[in-house]
Design a protein around this ligand. Sequence first.
Ligand code: MRU
Length: 340
Amino acid sequence: MKISIDGQVRNLQAVWYENSTVHLIDQRKLPANVEIFKASSSDEVAFAIKDMVVRGAPAIGVAAAYGLAMAKEKGEDMEKVVTKIRSTRPTAHDLFAAIDYMTRNQFALSSARRYAQEISNRCKKIGEIGNPLIGQKSRVLTHCNAGALAVLDWGTALAPMRFAKIEGKEIFVFVDETRPRLQGANLTAWELLQEGIDHAIIADNAAGHFMHTGQVDLAIVGADRIAANGDFANKIGTYEKAVVARENNIPFYVAAPGSTFDFSLNSGNEIPIEERSQDEVKTVGIQKVGPQDSKAKNPAFDVTPARYVTAFITEYGLFKPDELPNLRLKMDRDLFMQGR
Ligand code: MRU
């Protein structure tokens, strides 16, 4: 991902490994500052995932993969390290896919590098496959951040938009601000600016208005975990966007690599939903909002039933929810997905 820092353009990934240290773009500091967080122990990697220095399902997986390889090289007790990293965030399936991949490969650094490269390549492919869904002047709605910051490069939901831009399409993106952590306003809008893609940040509760008044042609979101029947978890607020999209006959696409699919779960009811701190709801940035004595509820994700999904955009192609058994067959034959 190209990032302009003080007028200089640098090519950075959301996560990388250098000098026996996991390097992460500190996503808590964007868009005001581009700072690199350096994790040199598994405790620091676990903190970075939990505190959302790094976030977004595929990027969490890559951070875990590098963290495990680093811990192994430093002689940490790997059983304890695996337990610690597993307990950081419960919803994103990529975390568990990465841990399984690394466990099968004896936590080798070369395997972590391969995992990272595969995920990046697969998300690029999602961009190629999703691009034809976007018209010459399409107006696209997205929620949360499913861009390069959430992967390594390219993104999932944003990858088709980046390909559309490269092809010269004049697209416009509605960016839901995504309370409480503001991943849309702070991260997606920042990425789109870097890419020169026209967009506007909208309050979360404005999305229905833009869909109802005919200003949105399609919606593309990412996912944190997709069950075998096509129900999927994504950032809180996704469900209501999908329902309003259906009400207004707007196609609703979910872009995700194979690592986000969890075929061990029959339906979305089985997806664990992370509950985060009340303080995230009672603050905007550093500004406190609401009576601090009031309680707050903060589920980080919701589950959207499969019936609202037009299709999943994956590296293997497009799949309607009832076609997921075909995707499963393809993943079963894919050596990388089998941990090799
Ligand atoms: O809590 P976050 O910021 O990790 O949640 C991220 C999302 O919900 C993304 O949409 C999802 O991980 C897909 S990222 C390619």
